[in-house]
Structure formats: C-alpha cells, structure tokens
Design a protein around this ligand. Sequence first.
Ligand code: SAM
Ligand code: FES
Length: 347
Amino acid sequence: MRELIDQLVNSSELTSNEYAYLLEHLDNENQEYLRQKAAEKAKQYYGKAVYVRGLIEFTNYCKNDCYYCGIRKSNHNAIRYHLTKEEILNCCAEGYQLGFRTFVLQGGEDVSYQDLDIVSIIEAIKEKYFDCALTLSIGEKSYDSYLKYYKAGADRYLLRHETANSKHYNNLHPDSLSAENRKRCLYDLKEIGYQVGCGFMVGSPHQTTENIVEDLMFIKELSPQMVGIGPFISHKDTPFREFANGSVDMTLNLIAIIRLMLPNILIPATTALGTLDHKGREKGILAGANVLMPNLSPTDVRKKYMLYDNKICTGDEAAQCRQCLQRRIEAIGYQIVEDRGDCKPLK
Ligand code: SAM
Ligand code: FES
C-alpha cells in the first residue's frame, strides 16, 4: 500500500486496478499518509494559501429533474427565486469589499435567462470588477452559448461531470440528460479557453468502486484546472430520499488522490463536506484542497437553494463571516489570500 501511494506521489498516475485496490484497502495509517502527501504536494504549488470564491446562487429555477437534487423541477416544495442583474451586482459589491477576487455565478438551468441576459450580467460584472475572475456554473449549453459568455468575459466554468459511466449516469438522471452530452460540454468549454472544472458526488446512489475509478481516469484525461467533489447528501423531496449519505473519509481520500494525480489544480473543500462534518472543510484542506467557496447570495434566498437536507449557509460559511473563516483556516496553519487564485502551471 505504501509503495502504491509513493508511486502516485512520484508519477501522478496509477492503473485502474491500482486505484481500485487503493480505494478498497486503505487502512487508517495509510489514509493519514496519503492525505499528508497530498497536502505536501499542494504546498509545493500554493504554499499555505487558501483561495476564496464568492458564491452567488442566483437562481433555483431548473428545467432539469436530476434525481438527487433538491431544486429539481419536480420538487414543488421548493420556493423558487431568481436574482436581477442589480441584485447580482450588489452581491459582487459586497463581496469585493470583503476581499473576494473571484465570483461564481451558480444556478439551475433557468430558461428565463436568455444568452443575452447572461452576457449582459457578465459584461456588467467584468466592467466594474476587472481585477476579478468570473466563474459560471449554469449547466449544459451549446458551444455557441459558451463562446458568447467567454467573449463577454467569463474566465472559468464549473460543470461537474457527475459520473463518467453512462449507465450510472442514467441511474442518476432522467433520459433527457446523458453522460455523453455532459462530457461534450466539458471538452467544448476547454477548447474555447475556459479554465474548466469537473467533478462528482462521492457515495451517490448506485456508485461502485469501478465507477469511481472511471471518474479518476476521466479526470486525468480531461485534465481540468479545477475538480469539485463532495459527498452525496440526500434530500427529503427527491426520489433519492431514502439513500444514505456519502462518506466524509472517502471524499477526503479522493481529494488527496486527485491532488496527487493533478498536483497544480484548484480543489475546493466543498460546502457538502462542511455540512456532514463541522470540521469537513479544514479536513479537506489538510487532505490537499486549496479553495473555499463561501456563500455570497442575499441572506433571504440562501435557504431556498437547498440542494440537499441541512445545507449550511448562514454560519461561518457565509461570506460575511470572513473573519470566522480566516480564524478557522489560520488555526490549521493556512492563510486566506485576497487573490483571483488562478491555476498555477505544472512544474
Ligand atoms: N446547474 C448547474 C449544473 O448542472 O452544473 C449547477 C448547479 S448544480 C445544483 C451543482 C452541483 O450540486 C451538481 O453538479 C451536483 O453535483 C451537486 N448536488 C446536487 N444535489 C446534490 C446532493 N443531493 N448532494 C450533494 N451534491 C449535490
Ligand atoms: Fe437542475 Fe439540480 S436539477 S440544478
């Protein structure tokens, strides 16, 4: 096991069988070793810096019906909202004051925003906050739409691939969605020039070790600048309400493995990790993550963007509580920095 981990540290890759073995046979001692090696690797690129992104969840309307997601269109208990351009700009103004130099616009696939609307929001943000990076996370679009957003000034795009395996993808989504189209989107985004982020939920229903290994192989092949992974957490108003939550330890081990596979990338310690374990995000950083995404949405809408039960949104994870976050990060020996936080080149 030690040799396998050292091999991953030194060559940044393993075979499918080796990943499967690693995932299934990691004991406590080796788990610590793996995470420590991943944190060391992150430090070689980013030192003790942790980047922050102001997350603006600007709409919870969605035309999709993903079986795991609390804002799926069939959840009639969800109270829907979307923000106007002015409200989004107010979030950015507050975020800028608080020291954020990246804004992430995330939302469901809300058909009420046409490309023109999205472009106008991007242009307004980039005109005022030209020293900031802008990340979009608004789902599957055409090449043409992605190109328009990029030309308007968007820098990055987060689109978790969810699972690289088509059959597993079909277990998580209705027929209108496919793994092929999701992957097509990611390659389109990359070709256009975005810094791209993919990712998946750990412990999603029907996920097998083979599926996770396929995810790792896909991530290595895509070679994105960002990878977001977090545990699956069930939501009471979805078809997956009875399924168990994903494992925090498995998520941390995967953060570490992905850090060792792609040493220079940006990996968030996600809100889902912080929801299942109150020290989850600190543990994420200590396993090789280097990004936090505090919530910058207006307080009155936060509880409406409930992707899963008990999602944290008002405590230390609120962007407004930057000092609390700062203290927590300093307590584990890291530092939150005021920076766009772009991906560093591979050494
Ligand atoms: N619509 C955009 C998209 O499709 O990428 C962005 C919004 S979507 C809600 C963001 C991510 O939330 C998804 O990619 C998914 O991995 C995650 N998510 C949704 N439901 C979840 C759940 N029950 N547990 C954990 N993560 C979840
Ligand atoms: Fe669309 Fe979750 S189903 S964002």
